[in-house]
Ligand binder design. Structure first.
Ligand code: FAD
Length: 537
């Protein structure tokens, strides 16, 4: 028998997310990382609204918000003149805004959460290889004492851009490195730029950018993570052809004087940088694997996809990879998963990775939203609210035009009411985030016989889902609901019907990752059970 159910390789943000989600599902797992101490620098700072929804389910939202500052937009300067301004605005139905938080703080919060789930990170252990067969995986790790072997039912490789897991799986990682090299500095400045706005200041000659400064606000007073082109004295050698050149490079650290020199050239107003917390030189590549896993071994995060940081998509995408995979592996180790469920990880997440790599390369060259004329669409896309799995083999098929189609992010609905609760509640507050949730709408025409039939169908559905299915009835504002054994929520403001296109007795199944797995304009036992059988054994 395997020593552990899932071995998570790498304790960066993606491995930590996978481990937290697995532990929340009660899965026995281990997590290893060669670093004796966690890193203290901030590659990722942008955390997207969709990731905040994920963090809410993971139980870390309050801590993340307490250490974040809201990203309100960006002001663009060209040759010292303001050339444009983007306001990061989302409609009311989206519960969270754009936030900025240093990656080392995000990781610390995730580590704290993991320790409440009683899973220590085994540091000083690096995966060196593995073998897998139909029953499990045998991983080999190098440790300070020599070598260790761990047997597991599944292995998640969240071991970053230079992933050993990826190489051992024999996956390709097609792409290339960008020519330019950059440096980062976490500094404070005093200036009159609007709080919460990023600053993108460029120098252009004949319309071509030849100098660049990007400042992302961090929590604190006048604190920014500034990135800029590296000066010759700090530049490192060009990577060899085919080598994965991504992330921090070189021994020489930029100093305040290097940051100040760029501010003197490009800052929208004279200012002096101070309090350099950390700095680094980095290079960027764009690459993606040809598969997110084989058999019992999967890759997630930078192990699967790397690309420019433009728009702050990388860590967010990786966290959502782990979030997508964890509940599927939990069902698999519990013996409740259909044969195709774990394969759906690649089917759902690889197209997302491909889109992000392509888009961020375009954004790095042409700017975010270039070529798009609908700013509201661009905002939702960058917020990662438009990711969908419509073509996934475990997602139901759309039945009518009016009802929200399966495969999209399940939207929130505010203003719901229920007996015994004084204030209105959100739909999201009903989602367990571990189990599936079936929501059945009841309009004013619902009869007692309809309710009895619904009660019968959901009992069959709960059995098909091995009990992993919560049920809610959501009644339209004026509907009379006869006595029922099922919990009744009132769509008092009509927001649920609007967001979900609910009518008559439409039925929706929301997955543990907050995606709409199934929707139908009427309750059909055969159809619902057929959908559940795609996920559950
Ligand atoms: C300059 C810059 C700015 C960025 N800004 C943003 C942003 O604003 N928003 C955003 O979403 N993303 C951003 N990113 C991307 C983001 O930093 C990465 O996508 C994110 O760190 C990926 O997380 P990960 O856990 O997959 O990999 P990593 O963070 O690289 O973690 C991998 C972990 O695996 C461990 N490991 C390595 N090898 C082994 C092994 N053999 N065995 C066991 N463990 C191993 C490592 O020690 C490490 O702890 C930025 C990146 C850069 C470079």
């Amino acid at each position: 028998m395997a020593e552990t159910e899932v071995l998570v390789v790498g304790a960066g943000p993606v491995g930590l997310t996978a481990a937290i989600e697995l532990r929340r599902h009660g899965v026995r797992c281990r997590i290893v990382d060669p670093l004796l101490e966690p890193p203290q620098y901030a590659k990722a700072v942008g955390v997207q609204p969709r990731t905040l929804e994920v963090f809410e389910g993971m139980g870390v939202l309050r801590q993340i918000l307490d250490s974040s500052t809201q990203m309100r937009g960006q002001v663009v300067f060209v040759n010292g003149e303001e050339a444009g301004r983007i306001d990061l605005e989302l409609p009311d139905d989206v519960p969270f805004g754009f936030s900025s938080i240093p990656q080392y703080v995000t990781e610390r919060i995730l580590r704290d959460r993991l320790s409440t789930l009683e899973l220590p990170i085994e540091r000083g252990k690096a995966l060196t290889g593995f073998e897998q067969n139909a029953d499990g995986v045998t991983a080999t790790l190098s440790t300070s004492d020599g070598e260790e072997t761990i047997t597991a039912q599944y292995l998640i490789g969240a071991d970053g851009a230079h992933s050993v897991t990826r190489k051992a799986l024999g996956l390709t990682f097609e792409g290339a490195a960008f020519e330019e090299q950059y440096m980062l500095g976490d500094v404070e400045v005093d200036w009159s730029q609007p709080a919460g706005y990023g600053i993108r200041a460029m120098h252009q000659t004949d319309g071509k950018t030849d100098d660049l400064l990007v400042c992302i606000p961090l929590y604190g007073r006048g604190r920014y993570r500034m990135s800029m082109l590296v000066p010759d004295e700090l530049a490192t050698a060009k990577p060899e052809r085919g080598a994965v050149a991504h992330g921090f490079e070189g021994e020489k650290k930029p100093e305040l004087s290097h940051v100040q020199a760029v501010l003197d050239r490009l800052s929208p107003e004279p200012t002096t940088a101070r309090n350099l917390r950390w700095s680094s030189v980095f290079r960027i590549s764009h690459r993606i694997v040809d598969s997110y896993g084989h058999g019992r071994v999967f890759v997630a995060g930078d192990a699967a996809h790397i690309h420019p940081p433009t728009g702050g998509q990388g860590m967010n995408t990786g966290i959502q990879d782990a979030h997508n995979l964890a509940w599927k592996l939990a069902l698999a180790v519990q013996g409740k998963a259909s044969a195709e469920l774990t394969d759906s990880y690649d089917a759902e997440r690889r197209p997302v990775g491909e889109e992000v790599v392509g888009r961020t390369v375009r954004s790095a060259r042409e700017g975010i939203g270039a070529g798009e004329n609908d700013p509201a669409y661009v905002m939702r896309r960058e917020a990662q609210l438009l990711i969908e799995y419509v073509d996934s083999p475990v997602i139901g098929k759309s039945t009518d035009e009016a009802t929200l189609r399966p495969g999209v992010r399940a939207p929130d609905a505010k203003g719901l009411t229920r007996d015994m609760v004084t204030d209105p509640i959100r739909l999201f507050s009903l989602l367990d985030r571990l189990r599936h949730t079936c929501v059945i709408y009841l309009d004013g025409t619902t009869t007692t016989d309809d309710l009895l039939e619904i009660e019968r169908v959901v009992e069959t559905a709960q059995a098909a889902a091995h009990g992993e299915l919560d049920i809610y009835l959501v009644a339209s504002p004026g509907a009379e609901v006869a006595a029922t054994v099922l919990p009744v929520i009132r769509d008092a403001a009509g927001t649920f019907a609007e967001a979900y296109g609910a009518h008559d007795r439409s039925l929706f199944v929301i997955r543990p990752d907050g995606y709409l797995g199934y929707s139908a304009s009427a309750v059909s036992e055969d159809d619902l059970v057929a959908f559940l059988k795609k996920t559950f054994r």
